[in-house]
Design a protein around this ligand. Sequence first.
Ligand code: NAD
Length: 179
Amino acid sequence: MNIKRGLLIGRIQPLHNGHMSVIQDTLNEVDELIIGIGSADQSHTNSNPFTSGERVLMLSKALREYKVDPSRYYIIPLEDIACNSLWVGHVKMLTPPFEKVYSGNSLVKQLFRENKIEVVQPPLFNREEYSGTEVRKRILNNENWEDLVPQSVIEVINEIDGVERMQNLNKKEVSELIK
Ligand code: NAD
């Protein structure tokens, strides 16, 4: 049997309900889904507060919460590299073979298409609220972020004192600006 395997890459900072919708929809189209955690080398900044390992935890626990069969997905951390034109080769070296890429990110789409790999742009769900930027903004402003993410993500962020980390990182960046 020919296995249909797709690749979805996301920075997942943090995992939110939009990511879960696209993962579930994509699993209806492929036999196996590779979920690449982009910018795996980044953490402890305002835009990338969580480590790759913490994002693996969010994804594995949320997929279990949503009762997704673990034999249907692979979670692979992908470090960024300086050279965009070599990135697709770098991703292919680190992932199982795949035939289609699912992404809404214009650079990701461009690079895979230039490498003759089919790219599908999945529809966005409630993008005003379901975005990493919105979740991070609400965490920093002590607003309701919990409604935008799966219950397991709330638990992981609490386990690692993620809210306190983000608020401390933000204070540091403000004080550096004042200097
Ligand atoms: P992201 O977490 O913002 O989004 C991932 C995907 O989730 C999107 O493409 C989109 O399809 C889906 N999504 C997001 N919100 C959604 C919503 N509300 N509804 C439905 N779907 C939704 O991550 P990203 O920015 O796409 O990640 C790309 C990664 O690739 C980054 O980590 C980037 O650094 C990496 N990258 C690296 C290089 C390099 O190293 N040279 C080059 C290109 C890309």
